[in-house]
Design a protein around this ligand. Structure first.
Ligand code: AMP
Ligand code: ZN
Length: 481
């Protein structure tokens, strides 16, 4: 696979420390609120990456943290702990908030067909790891104690790594959101490894440590959790692009100073989903969630489709119109798959393997997900039987996870039920779309039962899909206009 690496600023052949095995780490959510659909864009793209790697034959160990302590409202260690903010907002304990929003996050993931990583570790469960790392950093002079906190000393590094897309101006992150800079820092990029009294007044969760009772900083959790479950050589680290600096920069600084050798060669950053008002944020009051999409009648997988159609390294603009277009295209594809007739033929293994090899090669070009979607349309047109087409589509869906075969089968099933309901006395002919056939039959059934309101509703639904019905003797025929 060729993958863009934001650490080297170029597309590279993806290589791993142990051939055939990928140690993969993903920065997980901060569970003080629901995930917005921007956060979930990152998790969808990382999910496709993991599934692609497995599909291409790698053995993958994927680890993710859950941030339930230490992430302050500014990424540069100032402001309030986000978890505490959530607890105050809802008048609950930090633990209740963490549990509720962790469950909500995995509910959203399930709806979006995002697989749960092999290891999911809440940050509060690994404090011993952080203390072990910080102790060595103190012993070797990479960390210092000031004003009650332990800081990483970035002046000890020959190079404090800054990813591409970031320059010196971004280092002013400490003054973002109008928050004061921390006067204890010796250098402006130094960051907190362990908090005690200076930030401590209200902190609900605290642990004993060699530097006093306190709690870990945000960055140390990812290094600690990754080293515990991925080992000392990580192959692939993922996150949204806003994590690149300072979070990932700081992860590299502390991990490599602790280990004494390079830690993770490959960095994968997903660019943001923006709404027309700008960057999405959980702290902005009302924000877009999967539940809101559902409430408005969208299938969450139509959102997954929307994300897959664009490249992960491009900013993606969310509008309802864009989502409507994606939902219509997704439904159209499902209906086309539903019209395939698997009983027509056997699977042609040669064609199947040929399509699979092409898919691995095309999608392996920097995770080209729009090409992966196009590959499904190509499979529909393949010069072969329907059974082979369906087998190819099912195979591609191991990476896409759009439930293509399941949803197409449900459409077929609904159509079959509707035909039975018609009792065979009413024949629908059209353009070979079982979902439309079913609606036309349902309209007939409604009229027969004198449920004219329902019949009109179905007629309007068909009209909205551009379908025109003509009553003919013994049934109806339809066409798209
Ligand atoms: P958080 O819960 O704030 O720690 O963020 C969870 C993940 O979502 C991180 O990987 C972020 O980098 C990512 N993220 C945050 N905002 C966006 C956005 N608008 N679009 C895509 N990813 C985002
Ligand atoms: Zn992280």
């Amino acid at each position: 696979m060729y993958l863009y690496n934001s650490a080297t600023h170029k597309k590279e052949e993806f290589k791993t420390h142990t051939p055939g095995r990928v140690e993969m780490y993903t920065c997980g959510p901060t569970v003080y609120h629901f995930a917005h659909i921007g956060n979930l864009r990152s998790y969808i793209m990382e999910d496709v990456l993991e599934k692609y790697l497995r599909f291409a034959g790698y053995d993958v160990n994927r680890v993710m943290n859950i941030t339930d302590v230490g992430h302050l409202s500014s990424d540069a260690d100032t402001g309030e702990d986000k978890m505490l903010k959530g607890a105050k907002r809802e008048n609950k304990t930090v633990l209740d908030i963490a549990k509720f929003y962790t469950d909500a996050f995995f509910d959203d993931c399930r709806k979006l067909n995002i697989k749960t990583p092999d290891v999911v570790q809440p940050a509060t469960g690994c404090v011993e790891e952080y203390i072990k790392i910080i102790t060595r950093l103190m012993d070797t002079g990479y960390a210092y104690f000031a004003g009650g906190n332990v800081y990483f000393d970035t002046s000890r590094l020959s190079r404090y790594y800054i990813f591409n897309d970031h320059d010196e101006d971004d280092l002013a992150v400490g003054v973002r959101e109008g928050v004061e800079e921390d006067a204890n820092k010796r250098n402006k990029n130094d960051f907190v490894l362990w908090f005690t009294k200076s930030k401590f007044e209200d902190q609900a969760l605290k642990w004993d440590s060699p530097w006093g009772v306190g709690y870990p900083g945000w960055h140390i959790e990812c290094s600690g959790i990754s080293m515990k479950y991925n080992g000392e050589f990580l192959d692939l680290h993922c996150g949204g692009v806003d994590n690149a600096f300072p979070h990932h920069t700081n992860e590299i600084a502390q991990s490599e100073s602790y280990l004494g050798h390079p830690w993770c060669p490959h960095w994968f950053h997903v660019h943001h989903l923006n709404d027309p008002a700008g960057k999405m944020s959980k702290s902005k009051g009302e924000f877009l969630t999967v539940s809101l999409l559902e409430k408005k009648g969208y299938d969450p997988l139509a959102y997954r489709w929307f994300c897959l159609q664009s490249h992960y390294r491009k900013t993606l603009l969310f509008t309802w119109e864009n989502l409507d277009n994606a939902a219509a295209a997704y439904n159209k594809l499902l209906n086309r798959i539903a019209s395939l007739k698997p009983e027509d033929s056997d699977v042609d293994q040669t064609v199947f393997e040929e399509y699979k090899a092409k898919f691995i090669q095309q999608v392996g070009n920097d995770l080209n997900t729009s090409m992966a979607v196009t590959a499904v349309f190509d499979a529909l047109k393949a010069k072969t039987g329907d059974a082979t087409r369906l087998a190819i589509i099912g195979e591609f869906d191991k990476v896409l996870s759009l439930s293509l075969l399941e949803k197409a089968a449900a459409i077929r099933e609904k159509a079959a039920q509707a035909t039975t309901a018609g009792g065979g006395d009413y024949v629908v002919t059209g353009e070979g779309d079982p979902a439309i056939d079913a609606l036309v039959l349902q309209r007939y059934e409604a009229k027969k039962a004198k449920n004219f309101a329902e019949a009109d509703r179905i007629r309007d639904e068909l009209k909205a899909q551009g379908v025109e019905i003509t009553d003919i003797k013994g049934g109806a025929s339809w066409k798209r206009v």
